[in-house]
Write a protein that binds this ligand. Structure first.
Ligand code: G7M
Length: 364
């Protein structure tokens, strides 16, 4: 067992469960809140997808590890892995039951386990199931409410993991590609497996490209002058990633996008197998914006780029921005748009006292 494995094992074994933050039967994930050594910890478990190809890692002389895909089956591939079967019922030509599959850490792990420790209140609120709302963020809302929050988050140092990857060699053995030209470090970037990918199953391929320049906290900071840089980055990603995975995936089979609001305010790009339905809301409208669309928008937005744009997205009530003002922005926007309020009976638990219903509910 390596030193890092030992630390991971010891931390997880000390986890004292407190409550379930969220669970999702579609993504087969559950997030648990607990304590490790008296400090909050979040464990997320995700059942892994089925394996039907064998991935092997090619170690190149420069120390980089590149997963290579071989189209062949092994004892862990889908039905080959069947160990036990129990029928629940059958009807005509239909049979259904339960199965136990052979598990193996390298080829067929049961689950991916993510641990955040010590978790901050921001992490806990992010993972907790919450009511979601659609908000239109105008440039004015951005400057008044969102920018001060982003600046605070930036100062609070939640980006240590990014700095560790870019400058301290963290996750170095997992890096898929690094472009760090000596003469132009600002244009450099690194591509590596996202924390959300088990790194085994290409159907669930999830990479993240992190740029070296630190003047972009989100798409809001993209100006027209960044268009060519972004276009070239998009082309590099689409050339490099298929080559790194032995062309098991083509350039047009990658969903390349950014998040707004992101969780981390240092510009990064998500690169996901187009087949992957995405984890939770990760690729949903109202969160993900395709990089191609970002580049295209920069053609029309003028020199100030995204600073000129109204961006509509989904915000959860647990997000700090909700109480910092987006709650009122949403209410005002609905009013200005002339959208009738829900009948009082429907909203009595969610709104302040004193609001009169606008819609009349017919009584029978
Ligand atoms: O929503 P946002 O665009 O900020 O997404 C950030 C992405 O970074 C998510 O997909 C995370 O899973 C990923 N991520 C977060 N952390 C803390 C790490 C990390 O330490 N290493 C890697 N490889 N990915 C991370």
């Amino acid at each position: 067992m390596s030193q890092s494995d030992a630390k991971f094992n010891s931390l997880v074994s000390k986890f004292r469960f407190e409550r379930v933050l969220n669970s999702n039967p579609q993504t087969k994930t559950v997030s648990l809140l607990g304590l490790i050594d008296g400090q909050p910890a979040i464990i997320t478990l995700e059942k892994t997808h089925f394996s039907f190809d064998e991935n092997e890692v090619h170690h190149s002389p420069d120390g980089r590890s590149t997963p290579v895909l071989y189209q062949r089956e092994n004892e862990y591939s889908c039905i080959n892995a069947l160990q036990e079967l129990k029928q629940l019922a059958s009807n005509d030509i239909y049979y259904w039951g339960l199965a136990i599959l052979r598990q193996n850490m390298e080829h067929n792990p049961t689950a991916r386990l993510n641990l955040i420790w010590p978790a901050t209140p921001v992490h806990v609120r992010k993972f907790e199931s919450q009511q979601l709302h659609l908000v239109r963020e105008t440039p004015k809302t951005y400057l008044q409410i969102v920018k001060p929050y982003i600046d605070e988050m930036y100062e609070a140092g939640r980006l240590k993991w990014v700095d560790n990857i870019l400058r301290e060699g963290a996750e170095a053995d997992r890096v898929v590609y690094k472009d760090f030209p000596e003469d132009n470090k600002r244009d450099g970037f690194v591509i590596l497996p996202d924390m959300k990918w088990d790194g085994v199953n290409l159907d669930a391929l999830y990479l993240v490209a992190i740029v070296y320049r630190n003047d972009l906290k989100s798409i809001r900071d993209l100006r027209s002058q960044d268009r060519d840089w972004l276009k070239s980055l998009n082309n590099k990603i689409r050339s490099i990633v298929p080559a790194c995975y032995n062309y098991a995936l083509r350039a047009d089979e990658l969903r390349i996008f950014v998040h707004y609001q992101p969780s981390y305010y240092h510009f990064h790009i998500h690169i996901v197998n187009i087949k992957h339905p995405g984890l939770n809301d990760g690729i949903a409208a109202g969160k993900a914006i395709l990089l191609d669309d970002v580049i295209e928008s920069l053609n029309h937005l003028g020199p100030k780029g995204f600073m000129n744009k109204t961006i509509t997205y989904v915000i959860g009530e647990n997000h700090d921005l909700w109480e910092r003002g987006l709650r009122h922005v949403v209410a005002k926007q609905l009013e200005q748009d002339g959208i009738p309020k829900a009948p009082k009976a429907v909203r009595e638990f969610s709104e302040e006292e004193g609001d009169e219903p606008v819609l009349q509910v017919s009584k029978k």
